[in-house]
Design a protein around this ligand. Structure first.
Ligand code: AMP
Ligand code: MG
Length: 351
């Protein structure tokens, strides 16, 4: 999905920040760290108060699960989603691969609630822009006509029909790309697995996007939110219990051409990278919803994020626009410890 190199800076920032923030008491803590490779990024597992054998088992189980998930959900490599895409292209029905069915169902639901600003059916547009490539190089943006030719066919995950196990799609322009939700869904499965193993205090961090359960030896997990303008830390946030924090940012995957920056979050209505937002951070109980919502609210932008957040049942949002203004709901404002002074802070009505 995403290249490793692109994420290194933020990843190291997030690891450094987490270590730094919890550093004061980390020496006494029986905390164990593991790293895994999945979804084109380094995933971090931290468990607290777990015996080393169980921690090792958890690490192996998660690495194994992530490998399977990565293979199953990759849109552009051979595998179950690749096969669905091939059948859709050929206009043929197929039996849904069990590894994809729940993600497909959930994604259809989330897409609908987001007014299709999050829509994993727009894989053709993603590919046209070249964002499917694991080695993103600067290149000319696609021709307007090529974008319009896809838009005219209105590809959407809503065209993918599920009847029990049967998948049919009446729109050959649909190509599934779960890049905006798969990582979140994978993090949820990982946390589920840890809970099954009796682990109650843990964090699964996917390059800065994470879900945390329990606490850090009685203290909250401390999370750093990146400043989309030049990096550094924009705000700090405490998390306890069971919460996910996901960010979509224009700095994650992009290329410059002719002095313009083109990033990877595409507005399904225009076929172009979504305007006005620089980053959106969402806190929610489950990571899949947080992931999809961060993408949807990024597309919705400063004018429409509040309405879409309400529809998606999101209670905490921070949106930083391309001019450095920070939009947030009052509950989010209360949770953030700002480390930078934004150009302006705009507090919305409660969500
Ligand atoms: P995220 O970083 O979670 O916002 O996900 C961005 C990735 O999801 C991109 O690299 C694309 O593969 C895909 N994507 C881009 N725009 C959209 C969109 N509007 N809806 C669904 N998926 C998208
Ligand atoms: Mg997302």
């Amino acid at each position: 999905m995403r290249t490793l190199a692109k994420r290194h800076y933020w990843l190291s920032l997030s690891i450094a920040a987490l270590l730094l923030l919890s550093g004061a008491c980390s020496r006494e803590l029986p905390s164990q760290y593991f790293r895994m490779l999945a979804f084109g990024t380094i995933m971090e597992l931290e468990v607290i108060g777990v015996d080393p054998q169980t921690a090792q088992k958890a690490h192996q189980a998660l690495q194994h699960d992530f490998d399977l998930m990565h293979k199953a959900w990759h849109a552009w490599e051979p595998g179950p989603v690749g096969r669905i895409n091939q059948y859709i292209r050929e206009g043929k029905p197929l039996a849904a691969p069990p590894s994809v069915l729940p993600l497909l169902r959930l994604s259809r639901d989330l897409a609908e609630k987001s007014d299709h600003l999050f829509d994993p059916g727009i894989g053709k547009l993603i590919a046209l822009w070249g964002f499917q490539s694991s080695e993103l190089k600067p290149h000319a943006p696609p021709e307007k006509e090529a974008i319009e030719a896809i838009l005219e066919q209105h590809p959407s995950i809503q065209d993918v029909h599920l009847d029990g196990m049967h998948i049919t799609c009446d729109n050959p322009a649909v190509q599934l790309d779960f890049g905006a939700v798969g990582k979140g869904y994978g993090v949820d499965r990982a946390i589920e697995r840890l809970k099954e193993m009796g682990i109650g205090n843990a964090i699964v961090n996917a390059g800065g996007d994470l879900r945390a359960i329990g606490s850090r030896a009685g203290n909250p997990w401390r999370i750093a939110i990146r400043d989309p303008d030049g990096g550094g830390i924009f705000a700090l946030l405490s998390v306890t219990g069971d919460e996910s924090v996901f960010t979509s940012g224009n700095y994650e995957r992009n290329f410059s051409w002719g002095g313009k920056l083109y990033h990877h979050i595409i507005d399904p209505r225009t076929g172009y990278p979504a305007k006005d937002s620089a980053s959106v951070t969402v806190i929610h109980s489950d990571a899949a919803t947080a992931d999809a919502a961060a993408t949807a609210l990024f597309v919705a932008g400063p004018k429409d994020w509040h309405r879409i957040a309400k529809q998606m049942g999101i209670k905490y949002v921070l949106l930083i626009d391309t001019e450095g203004r920070a939009y947030m709901n009052p509950a989010m404002r209360e949770r953030l410890k700002l480390q930078k002074t934004p150009r302006e802070i705009i507090i919305s009505d409660p969500l």
